[in-house]
Design a protein around this ligand. Structure first.
Ligand SMILES: *Cc1c(COP(=O)(O)O)cnc(C)c1O
Length: 374
């Protein structure tokens, strides 16, 4: 762990960044400056290259947290006579539905429990039955639990039905290999502070350019108008409409370079997988169980059941771990008492091993025998 950080963030964004990413924020740029705008141009190009091997895709950055980019997309790409099918199995899928209702866009929601994978036959049947549906939206890695949804399979179904596909790949893009053409994605949404390992401040959308160009005038918001923002960036050399998070942009470009230096998405994915398997093996040794079966589990974040003891208090557990310089994440599901540990960011298998050693000590101090396997 860097000596200059107070603790390791084992949360799925903001997450632990490198010192060099944080240092890239040490310059005050003008939003009108050509050097700054050139960085925006480079970021947009790099994002497209990460997402696809095919021509015809473009990218647009949007101020705000990831949700703002989701809201910009939902509110900007669906025409007035459109209808959205939202497939949800967690808080982030439900949030897309909530945004859609808020914008008064016609909606059908297929919702599943937080530990259930979406039913592909039901999705296919819904698209066949309800011909008013024009767009389908789903979350790739449901950060609520850590579940990896079948984004490619759903994309195939959506493409066969001739609909447009919006994928919230917020917590997976950059950390899990994915090509938009293979997944049939038209709009892929992510943000600066997840697997690219930048700091929070903007989200981005990588889009099928022809489709995005057809959405001029659809937006239900001025500041969250995706087409307008794209049009400005595309035709004015990397300019944003309205003040952009200049420091965050500089950190993000550095983070993209570091992703490349690590060996790209494949290598980062391998590290996250190793983080996750190291964590789970050690936690199981300590007697703690994962919420999800292995086959549904992403390498991004892992949910664990509380230890089976009346002496366990999450708040105390959290505080004790924070004193040992590890910040974990509370659970977010209704069905079971869980906490979560992020596997992403500038963290490594050795960190996971040391974390679990601390967890064992904290549980011992709380007089909880976690059912440790001898
Ligand atoms: C982080 C995240 C978001 C966006 O959350 P913000 O708090 O707005 O950044 C959306 N969807 C998923 C799946 C996420 O993990």
């Amino acid at each position: 762990m860097d000596a200059d950080i107070p603790y390791l963030l084992l949360t799925p964004g903001p997450l632990t960044t490198t010192k060099s990413v944080r240092e890239a924020m040490g310059v005050d740029y003008s939003t009108w400056d050509v050097d700054y705008n050139q960085r925006v141009v480079e970021i947009r190009e790099r994002l497209v290259r990460l997402a696809t091997n095919k021509p015809g895709f473009t990218s647009v950055l949007m101020q705000g947290s990831g949700t703002f980019a989701v809201e910009a997309t939902i509110g900007s790409v669906i025409p007035t006579d459109g209808k959205l099918l939202v497939i949800s199995n967690g808080a982030y899928g439900s949030r897309i539905a909530q945004i859609t209702r808020c914008l008064k866009i016609p909606l059908v929601e297929l919702s599943y429990s937080e530990t259930e994978s979406p039913d592909l036959d039901q999705i296919r049947a819904t698209l066949a039955d309800d011909t008013a549906i024009t767009h389908v939206a789903m979350v790739h890695c449901e950060t609520t639990t850590g579940m990896l949804n079948p984004a490619a399979e759903v994309g195939q179904i959506v493409a066969e039905a001739g609909k447009d596909y919006i994928l919230d790949a917020m917590s997976s893009f950059g950390g899990i290999p994915l090509l938009m053409e293979d997944f049939h994605v038209d709009y892929l949404i992510s943000s600066a502070n997840k697997c690219i390992q930048g700091v929070p401040g903007f989200g981005f959308v990588i889009a099928n350019q022809k489709k995005l160009e057809q959405t001029a005038g659809y937006a239900r918001s001025l500041s969250l108008d995706l087409f307008d923002q794209w049009n400005e960036m595309e035709h004015k050399g990397g300019k944003w409409r309205y003040t952009s998070p200049t420091h965050v942009v500089c950190a993000f470009l550095q983070a993209l370079k570091e992703l490349e230096a690590e060996g790209g998405v494949a290598q980062r994915h391998a590290r996250y997988c190793e983080n996750q398997s190291t964590l789970v093996a050690a936690m199981q040794q300590a007697g703690l169980r994962t919420l999800l079966p292995r086959e549904l589990q992403s390498p991004i974040i892992t949910s664990f059941y509380y230890p089976d003891s009346p002496l366990f208090s999450f708040n105390q557990f959290y505080d004790e771990l924070k004193h040992c310089r590890y910040v974990i994440y509370p659970g977010k599901i209704s069905q079971a008492e869980t906490f979560r540990i992020g596997n992403i960011g500038n963290v490594f298998p050795a960190d996971m091993q040391q974390l679990v050693e601390q967890i064992e000590q904290v549980l011992d101090a709380m007089a909880i025998s976690s059912g440790k396997t001898k």
